[in-house]
Ligand binder design. Structure first.
Ligand code: OAD
Length: 231
């Protein structure tokens, strides 16, 4: 596949970060301390039991201090640096490994663990430490108004207009490490134009496999550098 001068859109999911040591969502049956992830990552769960939800994300935010980008994150960043056309990286991941690998044009559609949002003003702030209901909002100076800047089940993912524009313009769409189960991301492969060539790089067959022209089964750290070095 000739990647030169092509407008490329990459979509990443939890599988790209798994070899860095971060669990994918559907590992361990999607359970966290006996709770289904879908029962913690919702606005309703946050209203009912905010400390449980804060704790879920505090644990994940702490993990980021221990992990590093792997060969797949690094290969995407290096490719983007040398690429002579548009490159957009849409990620469902809330970790910061694409940033640490020095990718540039990153869209975090599900938010970021290292950001919080004030529920009164909607302002977003960098945040690297634990968060709880005593945390004070930098904008209102009040406690109890900050939440993780994460898109929960039942909420609209962020930057959808920008994502739609990028997908419509893509010549090549590459999905990496994503199960194709969670919409709208699972449907991006159907939002690209007719001429767009669609590739999936994933460890196991994904739910939306038949929608891709090419499916490369394997580990991201091996297959992503191979794919992006071929141009
Ligand atoms: P999943 O946990 O659903 O799927 C991860 C995929 O990565 C699976 O299909 C694995 O086969 C694949 N995989 C695992 N290890 C891999 C490796 N080393 N190399 C390549 N592929 C590998 O994660 P996502 O598809 O990212 O949403 O999940 C999508 C969304 O569902 C998440 O962003 C999250 C979740 O609920 C929100 O939090 C809003």
């Amino acid at each position: 596949m000739e990647l030169n001068k092509k407008n490329i859109v990459v979509l990443t999911g939890a599988g790209i970060s798994s070899e860095s040591g971060l669990k994918t969502f559907r590992d361990a049956d999607g359970l966290w301390e006996g709770h289904r992830v879908e029962d913690v990552a919702t606005p309703e769960a946050f209203l009912e039991n905010p400390e449980l939800v804060y704790d879920f994300y505090n644990q994940r935010r702490r993990q980021l201090k221990e992990v590093k980008p792997n060969q797949a994150h690094l290969a995407l960043a290096e490719f983007e640096r040398n690429h002579n056309a548009k490159f957009t990286l849409i990620t469902q991941n809330v970790d910061n490994l694409h940033e640490l690998a020095h990718s540039q044009n990153i869209i975090h559609m599900h938010g970021e663990l290292q950001k919080v949002r004030c529920m009164e003003t909607d302002e977003v702030f960098p945040w690297t430490e634990d968060l709880d209901s005593d945390s004070v909002s930098p904008t209102t100076q009040k406690s109890g108004t900050l939440r993780p800047h994460i898109c929960w089940f039942g909420e609209m993912p962020y930057h959808m207009v920008e994502i739609g524009d990028a997908l419509r313009d893509a010549d090549i769409f590459v999905a990496i490490g994503t199960s194709g189960l969670v919409y709208p991301a699972a449907g991006f492969v159907q939002m690209v134009s007719h001429h767009c060539y669609k590739v999936l790089i994933n460890k196991d067959a994904a739910n939306n496999n038949p929608l891709f022209h090419e499916v490369i089964l394997g580990n991201a750290t091996q297959e992503v550098p191979k794919f992006f070095q071929q141009s």
